[in-house]
Design a binder for this molecule. Structure first.
Ligand SMILES: [Zn+2]
Length: 192
C-alpha cells in the first residue's frame, strides 16, 4: 500500500491483528516522478561541455573542456592525481616529481601545493556541441575564473578584445555560475 507516515503503521497494526501482512510502497507523486534527486548523476552522462574542478584547500579551480562524457573525464583526472599523490612517495621523490610538468594542471596543483582536489564539487558549467566554439568558451571560462589553476589559456587563443565583455559579466567564484549567466550566453549565441 502507498506509504503515508503514521497512518500506515497504525493501519498495519490493525491488519496484523487480523493476520494480514502488509507491504509499503513509496507514494508516487508528480514531484518525485519529475524531480530527480540531483543533476549530478545526469551530469556524468553529459558530453560536449566545459567543466570546473575546485580545490579543497584553496580557492583555485581548474577549467577544462571535453567532447566525451563528463563522468569518465573527471575519473581520468582523479586517477592521474591519485597516481602522483598516493602518499607512498617520500619527500624527496615528491619534490622531484613536482619539478616535472605533469599532464594536467590539476595534478601539478595537487602535487606542488600538496592540496586535495574537491572532486565532489566538479561540475559542468557550460555546454557546447561545436568543438571550435567549445574551445572559445573554455578560454572564456579560464579567463573569467579569478583563481584558475590552468597553466595555459586553453585550446583557443582568445583575443583580448573579449576582456571588456568578460569584465562586464560577473566573474564566477569557485566555478559558481548563475542561471542568468547561462541564459545570457544562450541568448547572445542565438543573435549571431
Ligand atoms: Zn589548492
Amino acid at each position: 500500500m502507498p506509504y503515508v507516515k503514521k497512518l500506515n503503521e497504525a493501519f498495519a497494526r490493525i491488519l496484523k491483528s487480523h493476520g494480514i501482512a502488509t507491504a509499503n510502497r513509496l507514494h508516487r507523486t508528480l514531484r518525485n516522478f519529475v524531480v530527480h534527486p540531483k543533476d549530478k548523476v545526469r551530469d556524468e552522462e553529459k558530453t560536449e561541455l566545459i567543466y570546473c574542478v575546485p580545490c579543497k584547500n584553496c580557492s583555485r579551480s581548474y577549467v577544462g573542456e571535453t567532447g566525451r562524457k563528463f563522468g569518465p573525464r573527471i575519473k581520468e583526472h582523479k586517477k592521474e592525481v591519485d597516481s602522483f599523490t598516493a602518499g607512498t612517495q617520500t619527500r624527496a621523490s615528491r619534490a622531484r616529481e613536482s619539478s616535472v610538468t605533469h599532464k594536467s594542471a590539476i595534478t601539478d596543483h595537487a602535487m606542488k601545493e600538496n592540496h586535495v582536489i574537491n572532486w565532489d564539487k566538479a561540475k559542468v558549467v557550460d555546454r557546447e556541441a561545436q568543438r571550435q566554439t567549445r574551445w572559445i568558451k573554455e578560454a572564456l571560462w579560464i579567463r573569467k575564473t579569478p583563481m584558475c589553476m590552468n597553466r595555459d589559456a586553453g585550446s583557443h587563443q582568445l583575443s583580448h578584445t573579449w576582456d571588456q565583455v568578460i569584465s562586464r559579466s560577473r566573474a564566477p567564484s569557485s566555478c559558481k555560475q548563475s542561471r542568468r549567466d547561462q541564459d545570457v550566453r544562450r541568448t547572445s549565441k542565438r543573435c549571431h
